[in-house]
Design a protein around this ligand. Structure first.
Ligand code: HEC
Length: 86
């Protein structure tokens, strides 16, 4: 189980440690603070799911954690759109 948890944590944080190629360095400065809060909440929710799996929680409890994660996704999607700069 520890191997799975470690694999999830590594995959979940890989993009934070190494931004995808093609993302300009100036991008980080353009991200709104509210976006950071939502994105950070999403990562914490992912960590919470990983913790639940590591603790061998029931599927029902894990689905509860997933539901919280999905609310985070939906909240951000309801608030933001990506549009190309003119
Ligand atoms: C911090 C904000 C934010 C969070 C949190 C977030 N997203 Fe997104 N996501 C976006 C934005 C912005 C887009 C681009 C949507 C657009 O411009 O129409 C997007 C697009 C997507 C797309 C592509 C949709 C398409 O039409 O091509 C998927 C799939 C997606 N998100 C899944 C997720 C999932 C799953 C989660 C949660 C685990 C999540 N996102 C959390 C901001 C976020």
């Amino acid at each position: 189980m520890e191997t799975s948890r470690q694999a999830m944590l590594e995959r979940g944080t890989a993009r934070l440690k190494s931004p995808p190629p093609g993302r300009p360095p100036s991008f980080a400065h353009k991200i709104p603070d509210a976006w950071r809060v939502l994105a950070s909440g999403m990562h914490q929710s992912y960590d919470s799911v990983a913790e639940g799996i590591a603790d061998k929680e029931t599927a029902q409890r894990l689905m509860g954690r997933m539901a919280k994660l999905m609310r985070n996704c939906a909240g951000c999607h309801a608030s933001y759109r990506l549009i190309a700069a003119p």
